[in-house]
Design a protein around this ligand. Structure first.
Ligand code: NDP
Ligand code: ZN
Length: 353
């Protein structure tokens, strides 16, 4: 079968030929329909994040997939059922996080990630997975279901943010999403049903497809080159909720300035090391005297995927049409992984329903 992967010692993804995987006990075999590409894939290609499966000379990419069950292999699935696989898998044996059904809370070193860290991904004509890591989705999500994985990360992050404010009467009216990449835009759309007013930060000139989406959602576009995050409270208004999806490390601290008293900021970006000066005393004081919270969130698990599936069903069609900007065949691997400002979510399509 055809697969898209990187060979050890290389930074260029290529089309590779591999045998169709055999499902083990408790596993199903899926025929892949679509796989989404995101920033993490580029980090894996560059060798800056994750790692190769032990003992293998290549890694198959892809962690945002939709497949159709080809061989249920004695699991509870029916052949023909559409599924989205989760990303984390236990290393040899298992551990308490997986046993509790909370692998998203497992610390680094206690999990593998399909397509990212120590395990092959889903960017291949077929993939196998234990049935317990497959989320069934309806046929109508054959094309959009690749959004379930990124949306599940937001479901988890917002769940933690809300939980941190659950001890008092808190109903957020305003939200600020930092970042106009796919994760930021998906989150902005998901927050539409929760808050009255929302803002989204980018650093691009109009016309731009991401700013068009922000406008169409009725949110306010904030250009960080004109209004830095630390000035948003003054120029616009202090916000109840900040969702950081830029990976720009200063935003983690400037979030404190953007928050209204009792607000919460949730950080998802994954920056490289970067030293800079901040007024730590002032920020510390503000967090304490204004009851603010800052928290980090990574990955997600089954419950979040289930909830993301419900959220996807509530997103307007124009939005999913505008977000999935580019669809490539596996043979177009080079173009698919070229990136570019005119693209929001790029997809590799192996097959259709
Ligand atoms: P992208 O890189 O596609 O999006 C980041 C966006 O932020 C880009 O549009 C970029 O603008 C914008 N941006 C970066 N710096 C600034 C700045 N200083 N001012 C204004 N805008 C800025 O990534 P994704 O949307 O896929 O993901 C967002 C982040 O979340 C990444 O860091 C990713 O690694 C991380 N991530 C974390 C997960 C988790 O579970 N914690 C899950 C998935 C992703 P431009 O394009 O114009 O440069
Ligand atoms: Zn992703």
């Amino acid at each position: 079968m055809k697969a898209i992967g990187v060979e050890r010692g290389e930074n260029t993804p290529r089309l590779i030929e591999k045998p169709v995987p055999e499902p083990g006990e408790g596993e199903a075999l899926m025929r892949t329909l679509r796989v989404g590409i995101d920033g993490t894939d580029f980090e894996v290609i560059e060798g800056n994040h994750g790692g190769f499966p032990e003992g293998d000379d290549h890694q198959v990419l892809g962690h945002e997939a939709v497949g159709v069950v080809e061989d249920a292999n004695g699991t509870d699935f029916e052949e023909g059922q559409l599924v989205v696989p989760t990303v984390r898998r236990p290393p040899a044996g298992s551990n308490e996080y997986f046993e509790r059904g909370e692998p998203d809370m497992a610390p680094p070193g206690t999990y593998l990630e399909r397509g990212i860290d120590g395990a092959h991904g889903f960017m291949a004509e077929f993939f196998t997975s234990p049935a317990e890591y497959l989320v069934p989705i309806p046929d109508e999500f054959a094309e959009t279901g690749i959004l379930v994985e990124p949306m599940s990360n937001t479901v988890k992050a917002l769940e933690h943010a809300f939980a941190s404010r659950s001890m008092f009467d808190w109903s957020p009216e305003t939200a600020l999403v930092l970042g106009n990449g796919p994760l930021g835009l998906l989150t902005l759309a998901m927050l539409d049903e929760t808050v009255d007013r929302s803002y989204c930060l980018g650093r691009r000139d109009r016309p731009d497809p991401t700013i068009d989406v922000i406008d169409e959602l009725g949110a306010t576009y904030v250009d960080s080159r004109e209004t830095p995050v630390s000035e948003i409270a003054e120029v616009h208004e202090p916000v109840d909720l900040v969702y950081e999806a830029t990976g720009y490390a200063k935003h983690a601290y400037e979030t404190v300035d953007a928050l209204a008293p009792n607000g919460v900021g949730v950080l998802l970006g994954i920056p490289d090391d970067w030293s800079f000066e901040i007024d730590g005393g002032r920020l510390h004081r503000e967090i304490v005297l204004e009851n603010k919270a800052l928290l980090g969130s990574v990955n997600s698990h089954l419950r979040h995927f289930e909830s993301a599936k419900e959220s996807l069903g509530r997103l307007p069609d124009w939005f999913t049409d505008d977000i999935i900007t580019d669809v490539f065949s596996p043979a177009e691997v080079e173009d698919a992984l070229a990136g570019g400002d005119d693209r929001i979510k790029t997809v590799v399509e192996f097959d259709t329903l």
